[in-house]
Design a protein around this ligand. Structure first.
Ligand code: FES
Length: 98
C-alpha cells in the first residue's frame, strides 16, 4: 500500500506520516527515503518539524540530532535511539513497512 509518492517528497524536508497508530518522520535524501519515529526521545517534540542536514534530523525544541539511517541519537540532550522503519520504494510509490 502506497503511503507517499516519491515525486512529492522534497529533498531533506521531512514529512509526518500517521500509520498504524504511529507517528513517523519520513525524509527523502536523493533517491533514498528514511523513516524513523516522529517523536523525539528527549521529550514530546515532532521531529518532522525539524531541519535535516547530512543524514541527521535536528529536533527543533532542544537541538538533539538523530541519524536518519540508524535512529541513533548523535547529539545531546537526547540519548535514546529512535525506532527505525524499513521503507520500500517501487517507482513513485513509497511504503513504510510497519
Ligand atoms: S524534545 Fe527533542 S531535544 Fe528536547
Amino acid at each position: 500500500m502506497t503511503d507517499l509518492n516519491l515525486s512529492q517528497l522534497i529533498d531533506n524536508k521531512p514529512v509526518k506520516l500517521e500509520k498504524n497508530g504511529k507517528s513517523i518522520c519520513v525524509t527523502r535524501i536523493g533517491d533514498q527515503v528514511f523513516a524513523v519515529a516522529d517523536t523525539c526521545t528527549h521529550s514530546e517534540a515532532s521531529l518532522s518539524e525539524g531541519d535535516v542536514l547530512d543524514y541527521k534530523v535536528e529536533c527543533w525544541l532542544h537541538g538533539a540530532e538523530f541519524d536518519l539511517r540508524t535512529g541513533q541519537a548523535v547529539t545531546p540532550p537526547a540519548t535514546q535511539a529512535l525506532e527505525v522503519y524499513t521503507v520500500a520504494i517501487d517507482g513513485d510509490s513509497v511504503t513504510v513497512e510497519i
